[in-house]
Design a protein around this ligand. Structure first.
Ligand code: NAD
Length: 323
């Protein structure tokens, strides 16, 4: 089988290896692929693997050989699922590989907002502490998490892991999810109206997938519901947030801060408004990228392909076999 990886660099910039994939077929592995290069590079592919290269309907329809699409990530919004269904092509993702790493990044952002650790370390290194009249100083309010309410949108793998850590910090946890959730851990409450998450929480954190319903789930109206002292964390997908509305909310002091690992366009243009918005801290989509998480991702990609080759595809996210 011909296997083509269109954008393998971020999964494996050199610290992992592709050996197990190479055993599964004739492999072509590209670091990056532009939209114009997709068809030429994928024409012979039976199996196409891609991370953030977009595969819209018009590309899928030009690849008659294609039998399987493997997304090298959890979020699979880059693939036109309806088009894959119509062509009866199974699409797999890689769930859970990054759950703990993404949860950890959520708290890296939250702790940065509440302690400004990097800012304070930086001021120490340029001499501010040495010049201080007192044995300590802090330039921003320091916020204790215990007793604050964390509101989680999307109570799946990552949302649940975040909730567990929040409880360890003695935070109250509420969440909104479109499905009624079984096995809700003690002390955590499911809320039926997403607006209540925004009005009641000290920290709102997004862990739902990007869908038509969740596109700009954070918008002007919802930001207005938030407490002035509240923080927004987004480690899920950039399009969940109306970025102009968030910039307005941060500029006007409507909310206290934001920690974002994702933006609506990645990489962002230099003039993305959030890059210059105060109290907005952005990391370059790194939540998934610890070496441990990427190794797990690689292992699951291999297992997904093997199961497809044995006619028992796993981690399938579309209705590819229905009429
Ligand atoms: P998951 O499928 O386990 O959980 C998603 C949850 O969101 C589910 O419980 C689902 O019912 C809920 N949901 C779906 N639509 C909703 C809606 N309209 N409103 C509220 N809840 C809704 O997925 P996960 O493993 O927890 O991952 C969540 C998201 O995190 C992924 O979709 C992906 O976009 C993102 N992610 C980001 C990174 C990163 O590096 N920043 C890495 C991995 C995943």
């Amino acid at each position: 089988m011909n296997i083509v990886v269109l954008d393998g660099y971020t999964l494996n910039p050199g610290d992992l290896n592709w050996d197990e994939l190479i055993k599964l077929g004739e492999c072509k592995i590209y670091d990056r692929t532009s939209p114009e290069e997709i068809i030429d590079r994928s024409r012979e592919a039976d199996i196409l693997l891609l991370n953030k290269v977009k595969l819209p309907r018009e590309k899928i329809e030009k690849l008659p050989n294609l039998k399987y699409i493997g997304v090298l990530a959890t979020g699979f919004n880059i693939v036109d699922i309806d088009a894959a269904n119509e062509k009866k092509i199974p699409v797999s993702n890689v769930p859970t590989y990054g759950t703990l790493s993404v949860a950890q990044t959520t708290f890296a952002h939250l702790l940065n907002l509440t302690q400004r650790t990097e800012y304070h370390a930086h001021t120490v290194s340029y001499g501010k502490w040495s010049m201080s009249k007192d044995f300590c100083y802090w330039d921003f309010p320091l916020i204790e998490l215990a007793g604050l309410t964390m509101g989680i949108i999307g109570f799946g793998e990552i949302g649940r892991a975040v909730a567990k850590i929040a409880r360890a910090f003695e935070m109250n946890v509420i969440f909104y999810d479109i499905t009624k959730q079984p096995d809700i851990p003690e002390g955590i409450i499911q809320i039926n109206d997403p607006d209540d998450i925004f009005s009641k929480s000290d920290v709102v954190t997004l862990h739902c997938p990007l869908t038509d319903e969740t596109n700009q789930i954070v918008n002007t109206q919802r930001l207005k519901l938030m407490k002035k002292s509240a923080y927004l964390i987004n480690t899920s997908r950039g399009q969940l947030v109306d970025e102009e509305a968030l910039a307005d909310a941060l500029n006007s002091g409507q909310i206290a801060g934001a920690g974002l690992d994702v933006l609506s366009e990645e990489p962002p243009k230099y003039d993305n408004i959030l890059l210059s918005t105060p109290n907005c801290f952005i990391t370059p989509h790194i939540a998934w990228a610890t070496r441990s998480a990427r190794q797990r991702l690689m292992d699951t990609v291999i297992a997904n392909i093997k199961s497809f080759q044995q006619n028992k595809p796993q981690n399938i996210v579309n209705n590819w076999s229905s009429e």
